[in-house]
Design a protein around this ligand. Structure first.
Ligand code: G16
Ligand code: MG
Length: 220
């Protein structure tokens, strides 16, 4: 039977990771501290509130639940202002070609993102029409590394876990895919994405045939 592909959004299909980083950095700076790019890696794929908790901890800052709501909303306002200006040019290399190729071969495609802003991003970058199912931060209760987001996507595609291949740029996302019992293509570097079945720089480095071949691999 056929494979099904589940794509993370930020850092895999589109270059929004840089906007998340800028907005969080601005928030941290406004609170009187900073964090490194290495620390930022740990925020990838992690939902908004959990990200804020991690950043506040790095800065040694404690805030009440209400204050945290305000801070998260402020970051999101800055972030939304940035992604509202996104264009189709910000679709990452290889994304469009691969999505087109999968679609033309009748392979099902889902989005599996932690973001609550996925519909705005998909609309700005004209990618929305590729997806047979969309699961994002508005439809899940637990954040990556929990497998919920990918299991929901598989269910909506009517695909079994072992037929799914996940594309992820975040360590938390790779862990989520493994926990879901799926194959995982890491986008980035092997040091940042341990456990991936294969790691590539971007989606231009993989073909549909290679993705199909991954399915027959045994991971244990
Ligand atoms: C993305 C990013 C995370 C971000 C999360 C929530 O997940 O990688 O850094 O914190 O979404 O985004 P928002 O604040 O827009 O709801 P993914 O899973 O698409 O990489
Ligand atoms: Mg990501």
């Amino acid at each position: 039977q056929h494979i099904a592909c589940i794509f993370d959004l930020d850092g895999v299909l589109v270059d929004t990771a840089v906007y998340h980083y800028k907005a969080w950095k601005q928030l941290a700076n406004s609170l009187g501290f900073d964090f490194t790019e290495h620390q930022n890696e740990q925020l990838k794929g992690v939902n908004r509130m959990r990200s804020l908790d991690m950043i506040l901890q790095w800065g040694g800052v404690e805030k009440s639940a209400e204050e945290k709501e305000v801070l998260a909303a402020r970051k999101n306002e800055w972030y939304v202002a940035m992604i509202s200006k996104m264009t189709e040019a910000e679709v990452l290399p290889g994304s469009l070609q691969l999505l087109q190729e999968l679609k033309s071969q009748g392979i099902k495609i889902a989005l599996g993102s932690a973001s609550k802003n996925s519909s705005l991003i998909l609309e700005r970058t004209a990618l929305a029409h590729f997806f047979d199912a969309i699961v994002d931060g508005n439809s899940v209760t637990t954040s990556k590394p929990d497998p919920e987001v990918f299991l929901k996507a598989a269910e909506l595609l009517n695909a079994s876990q072992e037929d799914c291949v996940v594309f992820e740029d975040a360590a938390a996302g790779v862990q989520a895919a493994i926990a879901a019992g799926m194959k995982v293509v890491g986008i980035g570097t092997i040091e940042n994405l341990p456990g991936s079945d294969i790691v590539i720089k971007d989606l231009s480095e993989i073909t549909v045939t290679e993705i199909e071949r991954l399915k027959s691999l045994t991971t244990d």
